[in-house]
Design a protein around this ligand. Structure first.
Ligand code: ADP
Ligand code: ADP
Length: 236
């Protein structure tokens, strides 16, 4: 039984009399602890796939199984969906999406504050994650006082604070230069090693995708090709 199983996933956008098919019967599986890159040209459906997995967009057809259960209803029906996403998924975006009026450490802590976690635990978990991303010394800085790479590392700490089962990232290195891209990828590799973190991310950069265990290549809304790069995740 796989950790994440996408079955026959389709999405059509209706635009008045016209429609755009963004995903066509997409099928794939992700194993626990796997680091998977989704690649493909602009307009191929990558963001739509991420948005559906994140509950931000509704699919037209198909099923998403997560930890063995059909979670279609959990992804889209409030109020369960908010809690499900908060507890099970972490998100990272190309544009970091940090709050600019509060410090780095408050950005990291915010999801726990909103969830009503006890102060002592918030302080401890925030410190642990700031150390993990190598920015504990900068915890009092505001996002504008940090470089792009540092902002993304803060966003990663925030995304991990709930210990999500699945980390979803949409072009996480899209705004970064090659050095900071490498820092972010090293963090991904480290979280996979340290926490067994399962990661699914979109990129259009082949050198970034090459760091994943597996690459899924999407074109015109369909999976065109898959490459498995690391032997430990060979099919059983
Ligand atoms: P990618 O992330 O690979 O660039 P997208 O998932 O953003 O691709 O888009 C896939 C296709 O769906 C494109 O043709 C795009 O124009 C279309 N599309 C995406 N979002 C919407 C939307 N909200 N309304 C209408 N069409 C959309
Ligand atoms: P990205 O791939 O970085 O998410 P896009 O430009 O593909 O950026 O999409 C930005 C936003 O616009 C997304 O929320 C997407 O759903 C929406 N979008 C993309 N294409 C269309 C479209 N043709 N019509 C309406 N909305 C769109």
């Amino acid at each position: 039984e796989s950790f994440l199983k996408i079955s026959n996933l389709s999405k059509t956008f209706e635009l008045g009399k016209n429609h755009v098919v963004a995903l066509r019967s997409v099928d794939f599986q992700v194993q626990q602890g796997e680091f998977v890159a989704i690649m493909g040209p602009s307009g191929s459906g990558k963001s739509t796939l991420m948005h559906i997995l994140g509950g931000m967009e509704r699919s037209s057809d198909g099923t998403i199984y997560f930890e063995g259960k059909n979670v279609n209803h959990l992804l889209f029906n409030e109020p369960h969906s908010t809690r499900f996403r908060r507890e099970k998924m972490g998100f990272i975006f190309q544009s970091f999406n940090l709050l600019h009026g509060i410090t780095a450490e408050d950005n990291v802590a915010l999801p726990l504050v909103l969830a009503g976690v006890k102060k002592k635990e918030i302080v401890q978990r925030t410190k642990q994650l700031l150390e993990f991303v190598g920015l504990y010394e900068r915890r009092k800085h505001f996002p504008s006082q940090l470089s792009g790479g540092q902002q993304q590392r803060i966003a990663i700490a925030r995304a991990l604070i709930h210990r999500p089962a699945l980390l979803i990232a949409d072009e996480p290195t899209g705004n970064l230069d090659s050095n900071t891209t490498d820092e972010v990828l090293q963090l991904f590799e480290q979280m996979q090693e340290d926490y067994g973190q399962t990661i699914l991310f979109v990129t259009h950069e082949p050198t970034v995708a090459a760091r994943a265990d597996r690459i899924i290549y999407i074109k015109d809304g369909s999976i065109e090709q898959e490459w498995r790069q690391h032997a430990q995740f060979e099919d059983e």
